[in-house]
Design a protein around this ligand. Structure first.
Ligand code: 7TS
Length: 413
């Protein structure tokens, strides 16, 4: 896709002013932040909202008759409504606040697993999952006597759908796949994956950690049964995330954790559980985080995800062209459908050294296995260097990245 610059609706100059950290210096150089897949930076709107909450509204929720508690409860539940609209869920009760993507997947693996997985059943994941979409399923499979099956991928980092179709059998209870790969950038055909699973009578969880900040998500259009993401990867605070689940399924599932707020009545003989979504929100939640996430959603809506996606695709195309021209550099992850992630290896230089040398120039990238060790094994490499893009990045920053890589090459000959 070749988009003329003047068609892009992103006002970069002004957007960058919304993020105070973007105008700071690192080692005396202007920060070039290209580690957005690990976490995104926070706009003033989010920082201010959290400050207002702690300064003017701080109280525990769902349990006080006093003014502050009612205000905090109102703001917390208002954020739930924003999330519901943002991903087009059918009802607020389908939005469960968690600590993040990892917590959401663990909740589903445990609760769905304890309710529906029996010995001999199967769970399908893919070859490009983050560890947080592997390990919880391994743990529950072991407990329940179920088995894990893996959708393989090709050398570009694209899932092999014909192999996926062969894995779907009457034993398949759930398929849990990543929407956008954090180490390869592949955008998976999740709608098709859901359709095939449903035709087989299997449920689907989508790990949307790398998707929600980069493309419009409509859970009803996708028809997924569960969808998880983290607040901190969508310009919100750390320690908060979202699990969307279809109400009909969540209602059948056992609670994950017990405690305050998730009960209707407790005696020493028996406890009855609260209605959705509270059944899955035991204990005092991250109230400030949830309210901050609500502000992040308002912020991203004010820019518009269509404009974000279009702009990020233009950056991806530009960055890919630059990196392809660097001699001795190999891109890892070259799928046709890709988001703004540029993972690469360089002849004669270990990714860790690349990251360290770039850091001295103010450039923040991530190096390592990116919590996807099976991806590294698939490509026969120990690690990659990864630049990951957000809508506040610029082509000029990608130029700085490439000059940085040229310096690395000078040092390592
Ligand atoms: N799933 C995907 C696809 C991810 O990219 C990540 C985090 C997670 C799950 C876990 O999210 P958390 O918020 O619960 O930790 N990915 C990365 C990354 O690529 N670099 O640092 C964290």
């Amino acid at each position: 896709m070749n988009i003329p610059e003047n068609k892009i609706l992103i006002d970069i100059e002004n957007i960058r002013k919304d993020f105070p950290i973007l105008s700071t210096l690192v080692h005396g150089k202007p920060l070039v932040y290209l580690d957005n897949a690990a976490t995104t930076q926070k706009p003033n709107a989010v920082l201010n909202m959290q400050n207002v909450y702690y300064k003017e509204q701080n109280a525990n929720i769902h349990r006080g008759v006093h003014h502050l508690s009612e205000t905090a409860t109102f703001e917390y539940e208002k954020a739930r409504g924003k999330i519901k609209n943002f991903i087009n869920a059918a009802d607020n009760k389908e939005i469960i606040f968690t600590a993040g993507t990892t917590a959401g997947i663990n909740l589903v693996a445990h609760s769905f697993g304890k309710t529906f997985l029996k010995a001999g059943d199967e769970v399908i994941i893919s070859a490009m999952e983050h560890h947080s979409n592997i390990v919880p399923w391994q743990m529950i499979c072991e407990e329940q006597g179920a088995h894990l099956r893996i959708i393989p991928m090709n050398d570009e980092g694209e899932l092999l759908l014909d192999e996926y179709k062969k894995l779907l059998t009457p034993k398949t209870k759930i398929v849990s796949v990543v929407y956008i790969s954090n180490s390869l950038g592949t955008v998976n055909p999740v709608k098709q994956i859901v359709e095939l699973a449903h035709r087989n009578g299997s449920k689907v969880l989508i790990d949307g950690a790398q998707a929600v900040a980069h493309t419009k998500v409509d859970v009803r259009e996708l028809d997924c049964d569960f969808f998880v993401f983290s607040g901190h990867k969508i310009f919100g605070p750390t320690g908060v995330g979202v699990l969307y689940g279809k109400a009909s399924l969540l209602e059948q599932m056992k609670p994950y954790q017990g405690g305050g707020d998730m009960i209707l009545s407790v005696t020493f003989e028996k406890t009855t559980f609260n209605d959705l979504p509270y059944k899955f929100e035991a204990g005092t939640p991250n109230i400030a985080g949830v309210i901050g996430l609500g502000a992040a959603i308002d912020y991203i809506n004010s820019i518009g995800l269509d404009a974000v996606e279009e702009y990020e695709q233009s950056l991806l195309e530009y960055g890919t062209g630059l990196l392809r021209a660097v001699k001795g550099l190999r891109l890892i992850g070259t799928a046709k459908a890709k988001a703004g992630i540029l993972s690469f290896v360089l002849e004669n230089a270990h990714p860790h050294d690349i990251g360290t040398i770039l850091d001295r120039q103010g450039i923040a990238i991530r190096t390592g296995h990116h919590c996807t060790q099976p991806v590294m094994q698939r490509f026969g490499i120990p690690a990659t260097a990864r630049a990951s893009i957000s809508f506040y990045n610029t082509k000029a920053e990608l130029d700085v990245l490439v000059s940085g890589i040229e310096k690395v090459k000078e040092i390592f000959g």
